[in-house]
Design a protein around this ligand. Structure first.
Ligand code: OAD
Length: 310
């Protein structure tokens, strides 16, 4: 499919905002940095640049499901600092909300796990949390699901949250079958030879499952809703795509601009340019400043105080 028209300038972007009725907004960590929440890959300020002390071969391993299963303490040593806490939002979140209020927002596909879209007033049916969130958590053993904030206290204390259901089941077992803890406090399942027991066979010392926040780790599938909604619904309806504050380094979200029909204009707003995706209009800079200027030129009232620069 061919583009019907060329779009290049900020005036074109303003015009597209005005005429479009089904806008996809694809967001990343850059829309929350003005709130003091680090992104992942910015050179000196991103979360991954701060994890050298963990001694990982790649800092992304913090969010790797195999590493988590092996040693959940690595993730929880970082999780305590990235929990969603304050009910605040940035001008860019307010901008996405404004698109919703004007009836122009088709979907906000967010890679963010901070849940801040809801603070700004985005309706749940307008959000796809591509990488999940801290809103719920699931036991990796028995799959019990709980509300995420039930675990926040434990996580903030730097402890590993354990499954209450598994614990109950274990306490109902005979004494000799109770779990043992490893020295670092991480519950481990392991084999033990019980020579003194009347039953001379080895048996498994069970342990409760660890509660894993429902964030999509590397090695896990994205929520079904991501591809279902994108392919079966939004692809046919979208008339504009605005990508904001993401390096587009993580698939499959990074593939969204390429999946959409080529006649859908694409705008990129971020501090850092990307070379692996060709957008119609690149607006490089602070996203809060860029969206505020777009609204000003469109004659729209963006109701959010600008956050003063540090
Ligand atoms: P990145 O850290 O990779 O990219 C953030 C982008 O936003 C960078 O290009 C920054 O230059 C830009 N940026 C930062 N602050 C900005 C600002 N105030 N205004 C405009 N641009 C700004 O973060 P993501 O692309 O979101 O996965 O990362 C994608 C995924 O990788 C995350 O969801 C996370 C991570 O591994 C999981 O947690 C599972």
């Amino acid at each position: 499919r061919q583009k019907l028209q060329e779009y290049n300038t900020i005036e074109d972007a303003v015009e597209l905002l005005k005429i479009s009725q089904n806008i996809i907004v694809l967001t990343g960590a850059g829309i929350s940095t003005s709130l003091g929440i680090p992104d992942f890959r910015s050179k000196d300020t991103g979360l991954y640049s701060r994890l050298a002390h963990l001694g990982l071969s790649d800092p992304q391993e913090v969010f790797d499901i195999h590493v988590f299963r092996d040693d959940p303490s690595i993730f929880f040593s970082v999780a305590k600092d990235i929990l969603p806490t304050e009910k605040k939002f940035s001008p860019t979140h307010a901008f996405i909300c404004l698109l919703q209020d004007k009836g122009k927002l088709l979907t906000n596909y967010t890679q963010n796990i901070d849940n801040i879209e809801a603070n700004a007033g985005l309706l749940p049916e307008k959000i796809v949390q591509c990488h999940g969130s801290f809103a719920t958590a699931t036991c990796i053993k028995c799959r019990l699901k709980v509300s995420g904030d039930e675990l926040f206290g434990t996580i903030k204390e730097g402890k590993i949250p354990e499954c209450v259901s598994c614990k109950q089941q274990l306490s109902a077992r005979p004494q000799g079958m109770k779990r043992k803890r490893s020295s670092n406090g991480v519950p481990k399942s392991r084999k033990r030879s019980n020579k003194d027991s009347s039953d001379s066979e080895d048996y498994e010392i069970p342990s409760p499952g660890v509660m894993k926040p429902d964030i999509t780790f590397f090695g896990e599938d994205l929520p079904d809703e991501f591809s279902r909604r994108l392919i079966r619904h939004d692809c046919d309806l979208a008339d504009l795509v605005i990508v904001i504050g993401t390096s587009l380094k993580v698939a499959p979200v990074a593939e969204v601009p390429g999946i959409l029909p080529r006649n859908v204009p694409q705008i990129y707003i971020s501090r850092t340019p990307v070379s692996h995706v060709g957008f119609d209009i690149d607006m490089l800079g602070d996203c809060d400043v860029v969206v505020s200027e777009l609204c000003r030129r469109a004659g729209w009232d963006l109701k959010h105080e600008m956050i003063p620069a540090d």
